[in-house]
Design a protein around this ligand. Structure first.
Ligand SMILES: [Zn+2]
Length: 298
């Protein structure tokens, strides 16, 4: 057991080094989505930016070492100050740069549970991993259900969805620009990470996709938490994938199958395996296990 732990620590250490080394090579890519909305890709969660007369609204901050590069990319778009930083949820690949952006003068805004979770250490029993509290990165303003910003010529609606990727998710809809940032309630083209340890659930994840689909139309540009810019057609197919897996895993549970049996049953998601949904962060067996664990609890 001891040696296993040592190997695990070594792995975590190496992984950290890899992340640090990679930070040096990360290039921030700027995508213009509308007259005043941009998506920035680097490492970690996709960043959304609204620019205009009233100043900059930023969504998520990726990792702290990337802040100088991110600020350079933002300054190339606008020389206005960053007024607000909205966090889609508490994960470190979305809030890592919070303190740096706060030091630029921005006010950080997020759901109540983001502030709560970032205030104390978080232990993930499924992955046996602790994330330390980050008191210097906390939102200064938090909300329970929704909040609207009236900036840069449009209403920017920020709304909470219950128990989806975590228990503190927010989506951000730019009403005139018709751009929706979904945070990690959407992993475009790949299986989602549903963080069961901090309040995520399969049913909540499905409801989040449905809520987004009610709001948007065929022209809406969707910024997913990770991966490529997307649209209603792709999100609709994604919802079908989620509901298909849910139906099949529920049937297995009803038949009395164990977690191990469901995790090993490749037929449950074989057409999505063929579409490479499982070749990214969450693998084919892992998504079956997550669906089992979440749906078994219901
Ligand atoms: Zn996340």
């Amino acid at each position: 057991m001891k040696s296993l732990k040592a190997i695990f620590s070594l792995f975590v250490f190496c992984f950290s080094l890899i992340v640090c080394a990679q930070n040096n090579d990360v290039v921030i890519k700027t995508n213009k989505l509308s007259e005043n909305i941009y998506m920035l890709e680097g490492q970690g969660g996709n960043i959304g930016i609204s620019v205009g007369e009233d100043g900059i609204v930023m969504i998520d901050s990726q990792f702290a070492p990337l802040t100088p590069k991110i600020l350079t990319a933002i300054k190339a778009i606008s020389n206005k100050p960053i007024k607000f930083l909205i966090n889609t949820h508490w994960h470190h690949d979305h809030v890592g740069g919070n303190e740096n952006i706060k030091n630029e003068g921005a006010i950080i805004v997020a759901h109540d549970n983001v502030r709560k979770r970032m205030s104390v250490d978080q232990f993930d029993k499924y992955r046996n991993r602790t994330t330390k509290a980050s008191p210097t990165k906390l939102p200064l303003v938090s909300f329970s259900d929704n909040i609207t910003f009236h900036m840069n010529g449009e209403d920017i609606m920020v709304f909470h969805v219950d128990n989806a990727h975590t228990d503190g998710d927010a989506m951000i809809y730019f009403t005139n620009s018709n751009v929706l940032h979904m945070g990690d309630t959407y992993f475009q083209g790949k299986y989602p990470f549903i963080d069961l340890a901090t309040g995520g659930s399969v049913n909540g994840y499905i409801n989040a996709a449905k809520r987004a689909l009610i709001l948007i139309d065929d022209d809406t540009k969707i910024i997913p938490g990770h991966r490529n810019l997307s649209n209603k057609k792709e999100l609709t197919a994604y919802l079908t994938m989620l509901e298909t897996l849910k139906t099949r895993v529920l049937a297995e549970i009803k038949e009395g199958k164990t977690e191990e049996e469901v995790t090993n049953n490749e037929t449950i998601n074989k057409e999505y395996t063929a579409l490479n949904y499982g070749d990214w962060f969450i693998k084919d067996a892992q998504i079956r296990q997550t669906f089992y664990r979440s749906l078994k609890e219901e």
